[in-house]
Structure formats: C-alpha cells, structure tokens
Design a protein around this ligand. Sequence first.
Ligand code: SAH
Length: 334
Amino acid sequence: MSARFLTSQVASLVVRPAPFLRRRISVEGTSRLSFRPMAAAAPASGDGLKKGIAEFYDESSGIWENIWGDHMHHGFYEAESSATLAGHRDAQVRMVEEALRFAGVSDDPLKKPMRIVDVGCGIGGSSRYLAKKYGAQVQGITLSPVQAKRAQDLTMAAELADKVSFQVADALEQPFPDGQFDLVWSMESGEHMPDKEKFVREMARVAAPGGIIIIVTWGHRDLLPSEEELKPDEINFLNKICKAYYLPKLCSAADYVHIAGSLLLQDIKIADWSDNVYPFWPAFIKSALTWNGLTSLLRSGWKAIKGALVVPLMMKGFKKGLIKYTIITCRKPE
Ligand code: SAH
C-alpha cells in the first residue's frame, strides 16, 4: 500500500478493525466497527428520488460533457496540489487506474476481467475505458435515458459497440442473472442509492464467484465510538447538498465495511481519498466561471444550476472533514 492511501481514515481503521480488513469478515466481527444507523435525513426517497436523479442527469450531463468530458467523476490528484482544467482528463483517468490498482485487479491475460458491469454508468466514460483496457464486454446501467442514449452514441463513435452497451435500469434491481461479472464497478453512484445494503447485495449477486466489487463514493465521516449519529448541524448541512444533488441518506465508510462484512464478502479494503479529490472543486468553480461554463449552465436548466450553487458547500464539507470520499473494494467468495 503506498503512502498516499495511509490517510487518517485508513490509519484509524488499521488501528481498530485491521484484522477484519484482511480476512473474511464475520457478522459478529463487524459489530466492533461501531456500525450506526445512517444519520443524515433523506430529502427524498422511492420513485420521487429516482425521477429526480434521472431528470438531474438528463439535464446536466450535456454541460458536464461539454466542459469536463465523458468521465463524470472526480479526478485523483496529489493532495494539496492545484488542478488545472487541462489536466482534468488525466486526473479522471488516474482515478480509474488508482481504483483498479487499489482493488488489485489483474492485467494478466488469464486473470483480467472479461465481463464487467458499470453500475451508474453516466455517459459511459469508465465503461469504454475498461472495455479498451481489458478487451472486456461491458454493460452499463443508468437511471437517465439521456445518458444511456449519449453513452451508446459515444460508444458507436469509438467503434466499441460490439463490446459495450447501455440500458436504463435500477442498480437496486439489476436486469442481470446471478454470477455474471468478473468486475462490478460503481464510480460515484453509490451516494444516490437509497438502500445501501440492497445496493451492495445486488452488486454481490451479479458478481461471478471470485469477482471483484469496486465502489468509489462520497459519504459522511465515520461516527466516533461515543456517537449515535451526526450532530444536528452536520445533518442540516448535508441535507442542503443532498437536496441539490438528489442524494438520499449518505452513509460512512464504516457502514459500507459493515454491509460488505454482513454479506460475507472477502478481502474488504477501504481508503479515504478525500484529500486526493479536493483539488477538483476549485478547478470546477474556475471552469464554471468561464464564458463556456456560464452559458452552458444557464442553458441546461434549474436542476444543474442548483447543483452548481452548492459547490461551495461541498468544498466546506470536505474541509471540515464531514464529507468523505472513499473507495471500498471486496471480492465475492469463490
Ligand atoms: N459512473 C459514472 C457516472 C457518475 S454520475 C462516471 O463516473 O462517469 C452518477 C450516475 O449514477 C448517473 O449515471 C446516475 O444515473 C446513476 N444512478 C444513480 N442512481 C442509480 C440507480 N438507482 N440505478 C442506476 N443508476 C443510478
């Protein structure tokens, strides 16, 4: 593990439940992780939430692609560095590579993933990247019909249509039989899932025996052993962000570890990459303040504008250590 993974959260988890991160986690074992009910109150749930998410991405994906390209996620930067708009694509690709490396996904022709599902695929940036990297068949699912169509068009243009396909489907009820995929990939979609346990269970269901699950997501800080839930002012703060981005209750990294353990998933590892993604936000603001950024934003509609307006809150949340950016990886037993 390289030094940059040893951020505070990993360090604290190494101090406390380290044995559980290295071997198969038992349900009894994970109870020592101080699992708590998820604290931040939900602004929406059920079909209303799904509709909101679909409309949010229907409206905002064009502007995002226009400014940032086809990867709709943070870049991975050196902590404390300053990000340039020109370097954003490299940083986003680096995020994908760091996630694969952290999860130990093999490049070996005999072991590399050949069937991949991209859960919450956006316009397919990761799907196409993974298909090219591994020569794999990739299926992407999103709630947004506009994204699914755009993802398909970009894939045709990249001459990858024989390898990569997209459909509108719910991550909580995936349209796939059990045990299909060597790699189950979720890049910044987990925060939208109203039922985190069902989300991970569904990912585990579609994973092939021995398949790797990668979840890169934002959430809230871990609770202290003395805490039952986040403080009221923290919950209010997060609610503003959740409403703007169509997020239900956020959860913590420890919650994910608990869930993965309770599902008897193996090799559970997490790292806190909050410091590595933070430089994205000042760059995002700079890009939104360009002529291209402002005109695209105004054209794209109210939902996208609301999203842009809470960016200062996101930055504050990261700075306070309340919002965390986490990778969780695990493996389905053989
Ligand atoms: N992973 C992509 C997009 C991230 S944006 C990328 O990195 O480029 C979040 C994505 O999650 C959107 O595509 C949204 O439609 C999807 N999403 C959110 N909730 C979902 C759900 N319940 N089922 C399927 N997709 C979902």
